[in-house]
Design a binder for this molecule. Structure first.
Ligand code: KIV
Length: 293
């Protein structure tokens, strides 16, 4: 059984000055690839509402949706720590029992190892309550998409002195409440550097400059699969949308022309086919009627 990344590993990485990469992940197939190459943290982010489900914001995402996707990730990811976002309005400092029930379901049913909650100082009681129940919590400050209608738009946070101080106080309060790491989203690079130096827990930046202890990117942005908009802080490591378009177009052309399926994708009546799934024949389940005792 491979060893899975723990909060202690994440803390050790910060101590050693080793950068912490995190990627969002929402499905089994991608999780298998990302886990295999050693991504230490996979975030089942509520960004799935936008990049997977096509909503305009993350607000339509429910706990059931988060659990559904987290389970798929968990079936593949055996080494990465799986962090699951608690969705909009399923946790609040004014209802700590609700927050605990939500986080417990997300962890247990979503088979995750930690949860992430959005919000500044007002979220400290939630973090404290969850941590007291043995749930590792990642905080998330700066641009918090679940509060987009309070914030008024997807823009950089903490630009003036007062807003910067608020973020510093929030970071300190969340660390004190027991958060094991903190996402800084759309925060000026110098402020993110200051917060990262100030805290003993790691910061994971997105649009927060190079001096955070780690970085997170939305998978569909990084792979160039989501084309509705391209945030400035997202780097395209691949351009998969045109690749998929080209491959799908070739498929359409071949079906229309009658050149697919060819003989190699078809079965003859008398042919002995060992496996239709491309697995080695030994992996086929043995037919108990044909095996001798
Ligand atoms: O849901 C998400 O993808 C996130 C990241 C942007 C940090 O919260």
């Amino acid at each position: 059984m491979p060893k899975r990344t723990t909060v202690h590993d994440i803390w050790s990485m910060k101590k050693r000055g080793e950068k912490i990469p995190m990627l969002t992940c929402y499905d089994y197939t991608s999780a298998k690839i990302l886990d295999e190459i050693g991504v230490p943290i996979l975030l089942v982010g509520d960004s799935l509402g936008m990049v997977v489900l096509g909503h305009e914001s993350t607000l339509r995402v429910t706990l059931e949706m988060m659990i559904h996707h987290s389970q798929a990730v968990s079936r593949a990811a055996k080494k990465a720590m799986i962090v699951i976002d608690l969705p909009f309005a399923t946790y609040s400092s004014s209802d700590l029992p609700l927050s605990l029930r939500t986080a417990a379901r997300a962890m247990a049913e979503g088979e995750a190892q930690a949860v992430k909650v959005e919000g500044g100082r007002r979220m400290a009681p939630v973090v404290g309550t969850l941590v007291a129940s043995g749930i590792p919590v990642m905080g998330h400050i700066g641009l918090t998409p679940q509060s987009i209608h309070m914030i008024g738009g997807y823009r950089v946070q903490g630009r003036d002195e007062e807003a910067a101080n608020r973020l510093i106080l929030a970071a300190q309060a969340l660390e004190k409440a027991g958060a094991f790491a903190l996402v800084l989203e759309l925060v000026p690079a110098d402020l993110a550097q200051k917060i990262s130096k100030m805290l003993t827990i790691p910061t994971i930046g997105i649009g927060a400059g190079p001096d955070c202890d780690g970085q997170v990117q939305v998978f569909h942005d990084a792979m160039g699969m989501f084309e509705d908009f391209s945030p400035r802080h997202a780097k395209r490591y691949a351009n998969l949308a045109p690749v998929i378009r080209g491959a799908a177009k070739q498929y359409l052309d071949e079906v229309r022309a009658g050149t697919f399926p060819g003989p190699e994708h078809s079965f003859g009546g008398g042919e002995v086919v060992k496996s239709v799934y491309g697995k080695p024949a030994e992996e086929e389940p043995a037919d108990p009627k044909k095996t001798k005792p």
